[in-house]
Design a protein around this ligand. Structure first.
Ligand SMILES: Cc1cc2nc3c(=O)[nH]c(=O)nc-3n(C[C@H](O)[C@H](O)[C@H](O)COP(=O)(O)OP(=O)(O)OC[C@H]3O[C@@H](n4cnc5c(N)ncnc54)[C@H](O)[C@@H]3O)c2cc1C
Length: 384
């Protein structure tokens, strides 16, 4: 077992860290306040190769491994969660299903423009009546010659309002359950696509989350990914993959919260000495450090397993669950260490607290992940 980084992994870590420190973190409060992504910043991230870290070079990516990818996301989220999420949606939710299940035409048509930051991408599974129970989705795909006609509404689409391309899950017949689910890559500039309500959220405010509406939207069969009935598997495998990237973001946010708290504690004086000298706060910071350390190991190990071609379903779920809950706890403690200033916008820890809380909810709530972990764990006993 080797816990060291390769030269390439260290390089990507350094590049992402510098970018986060110089181009993201100084403006993260402003991005949050204005609730807007900066397309120029996204383009800069792309130019540094951070928009497709593990996408093969022949599709415009950087061609590194899964671990390099999660390290880059951790560092970006240490700067700004909303912009890190762009790299995660592009790197996991959009490119993964195309690379794994798409046709060569689809890959060459859609992936390079996303890696270059010229196009925005999204992944749309959730609906009003189908969140954790994803099989119950109802967006209807009706076959018509060499196309499908889509009708229905999707909810909670990250980048839904900005996306040029979307990985979309629909059903040819809701009664068929998983057997009816089909995946597409769709283009949003075609007739029949509309953006509905934009959500006003607690955190990840710069990252737009929207409802999207399909009315007699015609998608050519050449945009279908895999067969009818394979869509649910594609959706779940993509999420299994994406979960590690959510864990990585939570680790990055927690790391920043601890850094802010530690620095503040060494500067702030009460009772004639730095508050960092109070054992009560030292124990809090020791716990924060230990929790970040262990969550990071879980994230890296899950990524390492993925890079070895393992499914790592249980490990990915553990990584996301542990890291997201750790992130909330660490950000909570950071606010406490800063006292009154922790509760203001000035020091960023309240923003991190609001941002990191989402990691417990999206790409499978932590309750659903506990179901996944228990199922995988009990397989060993029930399969015999
Ligand atoms: C900011 C944001 C961005 C998002 N981005 C995307 C996106 O880009 N694409 C996309 O497709 N979706 C996206 N989502 C949707 C997200 O994945 C869902 O919100 C999530 O899967 C939970 O679904 P739900 O909100 O319908 O909650 P529900 O499924 O209604 O769950 C409500 C509560 O019940 C619990 N629960 C449900 N079933 C069980 C069970 N069997 N056992 C125990 N507890 C259970 C849940 O854990 C939760 O606590 C996003 C959500 C948010 C908030």
């Amino acid at each position: 077992m080797d816990f060291g980084f390769t030269e390439e992994q260290q390089y990507v870590k350094d590049v992402a860290r510098k970018f986060a420190d110089e181009r993201l973190f100084p403006h993260a409060g402003e991005f949050d306040k204005n609730a807007k992504l900066d397309r120029g910043v996204i383009k800069e991230m792309a130019e540094l190769g951070l928009m497709g870290v593990k996408v093969p070079e022949k599709y415009g990516g950087t061609g590194l491994d899964e671990l390099a990818y999660v390290i880059s996301l951790e560092e970006l989220a240490r700067g700004c969660a909303s912009h890190a999420l762009v790299a995660a949606v592009h790197g996991s939710l959009f490119t993964f299903p195309l690379l794994e299940y798409g046709t060569e035409e689809q890959r060459t048509k859609y992936i390079p423009a996303v890696c270059s930051g010229d196009k925005m991408a999204a992944y749309s599974l959730s609906e009003a009546g189908s969140g954790s129970d994803a099989v119950s989705l109802r967006l209807l795909a009706t076959e018509d010659g060499d196309s499908y006609v889509l009708n229905g509404t999707k909810l909670w689409v990250t980048h839904g309002a900005d996306a040029d391309y979307i990985i979309l899950f629909a059903t040819v017949n809701p009664e068929l359950r998983t057997k009816g689910i089909v995946a597409f890559v769709i283009e949003t500039d075609r007739p029949g696509f509309a953006v509905g309500k934009n959500e006003d959220k607690m955190g990840y405010k710069a990252s737009p989350t929207s409802e999207i509406i399909f009315t007699d939207y015609r998608v050519p069969k050449e945009n279908q990914i895999g067969e009818v009935g394979k869509g649910f598997n594609i959706a779940m495998e993509t999420l299994n993959h994406g979960r590690i990237s959510i864990g990585a973001q939570a680790v990055g946010m927690a790391q920043r919260a601890l850094e802010i708290a530690a620095k503040y504690s060494c500067e702030r004086k009460q009772f004639g000495k730095e508050i960092s000298t109070f054992q009560g706060l030292q124990f809090m910071m020791a716990d924060m450090e230990a929790k970040i350390h262990t969550a990071r190991l879980a994230v890296y190990q899950a990524a390492w397993l993925k890079s070895k071609g393992k499914a790592a379903i249980k490990e990915a779920a553990i990584a996301k669950m542990m890291a997201s809950e750790m992130g909330t706890e660490v950000a909570h403690s950071a606010i406490q260490i800063l006292g009154g200033y922790g509760y203001t916008h000035e020091y960023n820890v309240e923003r991190i607290y609001r941002d990191v809380r989402l990691c417990e909810i999206f790409e499978g709530t932590n309750q659903i992940l506990r179901i996944v972990i228990a199922r995988e764990l009990l397989k060993e006993y029930t399969d015999n």
